[in-house]
Design a protein around this ligand. Structure first.
Ligand code: SF4
Ligand code: FES
Length: 377
């Protein structure tokens, strides 16, 4: 592939009403110094020796730009675990992509951050596991992680990177949410993303240790709503509410195969982060096909585009263009059918049972956290 999109593919996409993707998530590696119990990466992590080489990623970034991608999110695992991170950012900027580094901060030094700035890195998203040493190191499963993260946050501020703080909140740390918002201000962040834990991948085995109570979920929504008013013009708050306690599902990925794509560490191209949990899907790999061919013609991408695949009650629902029937991976996990209505939805026959299960998970005070391990060498 020379990178350019063949005209027939572009025309085919237009004819079928398939827009170009706006964003690409490049999961550079599954290796990570932290071992968060809410990790949404798959149960089986990609091994280091299966990861794409630098030259592969460089080619994929150019193909993404040619396809129409504007924003590149460099993620993992921990992207700083890749020795070639600076080289990859340089290549992404040369391809004309807006680059965002999603990191725990562990593995970044002041010098490396300066090199990333020189390479043209546009934005940093720093994760927050808790607002003090005890909480953050316990949740992240990494002693000394909080102290290191605070150092990294200070370097980010000094260098002047635009910063978003990513706070995943759950039953064990939700009481720290107001402090997390204050910390975002102190760090000079322009945005905080408050995500009540979502259950995909490894997180599924920690539902009873992490599920917030309904009261906590409501309190989180109140805290976010108040902060949005109080901090208008100072801090943007993005919010992902507690899924299982809601009456309507989230419009996952903004609709399947419409706005974004993920490339896994080994080069498999996924319509969403958890797509590998749907056993019926077959994925293409960037080592075998061009990205545009995969986007427009890939079987996995075309499986849930549009609404022909929908069943009732989604098929005749007036919200189907708002939430696209919810999350396909959640429908798989909870209903055993990726084309089912997401059981979070009040119209799903499984909704009442899901809410009851959520209450049971949330009341399990003796549940222990199960931290995740590292990929096999
Ligand atoms: Fe969304 Fe389907 Fe529920 Fe309608 S029935 S609100 S489309 S999930
Ligand atoms: Fe796969 Fe929601 S995570 S569609």
């Amino acid at each position: 592939m020379d990178g350019a999109i063949p005209e027939d593919l572009r025309a085919e996409g237009k004819r079928l009403g398939i827009p170009a993707p706006i964003a690409m998530l490049a999961e550079l590696t599954h290796r990570c110094p932290l071992s968060c119990p809410y990790c949404s990466n798959p149960m089986e992590l990609a091994r280091k020796n299966s990861e794409l080489e630098t030259a592969d990623w460089v080619r994929v970034f150019q193909e993404a730009a040619d396809l129409g991608v504007l924003q590149l999110h460099l993620s993992g695992g921990e992207p700083a675990s890749r020795r070639d991170l600076v080289e990859l950012v340089t290549a992404a900027r040369e391809a004309g992509l807006y680059t965002n580094l999603i990191t725990s901060g562990i593995g970044l030094t002041e010098r490396r951050l300066k090199e990333l700035e020189e390479a043209g890195l546009d934005h940093v998203q720093l994760s927050l596991q808790g607002t003090d040493t005890e909480m953050a190191d316990r949740i992240g499963g990494y002693a000394g992680g909080y102290k290191r993260k605070m150092l990294v946050a200070a370097w980010i501020k000094e260098i002047g990177f635009p910063l978003t703080l990513n706070a995943v909140v759950h039953r064990q740390n939700l009481h720290q949410l107001p402090r997390a918002i204050d910390m975002a201000l102190e760090m000079g962040a322009r945005r905080i993303e408050v995500a009540v834990v979502q259950f995909h991948g490894w997180a599924m085995i920690n539902r009873d240790a992490l599920m917030p109570t309904k009261e906590q979920a409501e309190e989180a929504s109140r805290v976010v709503a108040d902060a949005r008013v109080r901090l208008k013009g100072q801090l943007v708050l993005d919010y992902v509410p507690a899924d299982y306690h809601n009456d309507y599902p989230k419009p996952c990925m903004g609709g399947w195969g419409t706005t974004g794509l993920n490339v896994a560490p080994d080069g498999e191209v996924l319509p969403c982060h958890a797509a590998q949990t749907i056993p019926s899907l077959k994925f293409d790999n960037v080592c075998d096909k061009g990205l545009s061919e995969i986007w427009y013609r890939g079987a996995a991408f075309n499986s849930y585009r549009g609404d022909d695949w929908m069943q009732e009650p989604c098929r005749s629902c007036d919200r189907k263009k708002m939430d696209f029937g919810g999350c396909r991976c959640q429908a798989m996990a909870l209903a055993g059918d990726p084309a089912a209505t997401d059981p979070v939805c009040i119209k799903s026959p499984l909704h009442a049972e899901l809410q009851a299960r959520a209450a049971t998970f949330a009341s399990n005070d003796s549940a222990e956290l199960t931290h995740r391990g590292q990929p096999e060498a």
